[in-house]
Design a binder for this molecule. Sequence first.
Ligand SMILES: [Zn+2]
Length: 301
Amino acid sequence: MELFDLHCDTLTECLARSIPASDPTLGIYPVPGDDFPRRAQVFATFIPDELRGEAAYRHFLAQRETLLSQQKWISLCTSMEDAEKAFSERKIAGFLSVEGGAALDGRIERVGRIASLGVKLLTFTWNGECELGYGALSPDLPLKPFGLEVLSACEREGIIADVSHLSRAGFWSVAERATKPFVATHSNADAICPHPRNLTDDQLRAILNAGGLIGLNFHRPFVGEGEGTERLLAHIRHICRLGGEKQLCLGGDFDGSDQTVYPNAAGLAALYEAICIHENKELADGIFFDNANRFFSSQLS
Ligand SMILES: [Zn+2]
C-alpha cells in the first residue's frame, strides 16, 4: 500500500506540543513510514481565524520551520522528481500548503514569496472571513476582489488553488475564473453527508471538469453516521458515479480532527482492503496514490 494524502495538520500539532513528526500519538503515525514503499503528504500550515496580519504570516513561517526541522523523516518537495528522491531515501515526500489565505496579510506580492518558500497549494480561507473571502460558515458570500487577484497570482506562481473550507459562493468564484485545475484537498460529498464543508454534486462535477482532485476527509461530521469505512465507501461510490475515479484521493485531516474514522495512517489498511474487496484494486491504488501522483506530476514543474 502506498499513500499520497492531500491534507494533515501535523505541523500545527508538532509546533504546539514541541514534538517530532515521529511521535506515536500523531495521526500521521507511523513515521518513518515503513508500511508505505512510497509516501507523499501535503502538510498544511494552518492559520486560525483569530490570527490576522503579520502574525498570520509569521505563524506560517514557524510551521514551515517545523517541517524543515524534521528532515530526518520528511523531505520538503516542490516536484515529483523531488518526491522520487525522497521515496528512494525512505522519507516522506512533504509538500507544503497554506491553509488560510490570511497568511498573505492582504499583500499580493506575498503569493510569490510563499511560492519561493516552497508552497504548492493555498486553501483560500478557513471557516471564517479573511482578505480573500469567506469560509463555509457564510455560504452565500463570494470571493472578494483580492481573492480573485490571488487566484490569478497563484496560477502564475505555480500554486494550486484549494477550495476546501471556502463558502459555496466563493467556490463558484474560483470555478468561474480558474484557468488551471483546482482541488478540494479535504472535503466529502454533500449528497452522502449534508454539511457546509462537503461538496454538492455540481461542485464535485466542476472540480472534475476542471481536471482537479477531491481528497476524502476522515472527520466523522463530514463522513456521516454509521460505520466509518462503510460510509467512506458510500462517498467513494458517489464520487465515482459522477466520473471521479481517476481524480479521487485522500485528504484525511490527520492531526486536524478529534473525531476521526482512522486515528492514524496505520489504520488506513482497513480502507484500502475494503475498496479492494468491494470495488477493485485499481480504484484503491488510484485513491491511495496514483491519482494524486499523476496530477502532481503534470501540475508541478
Ligand atoms: Zn481544514
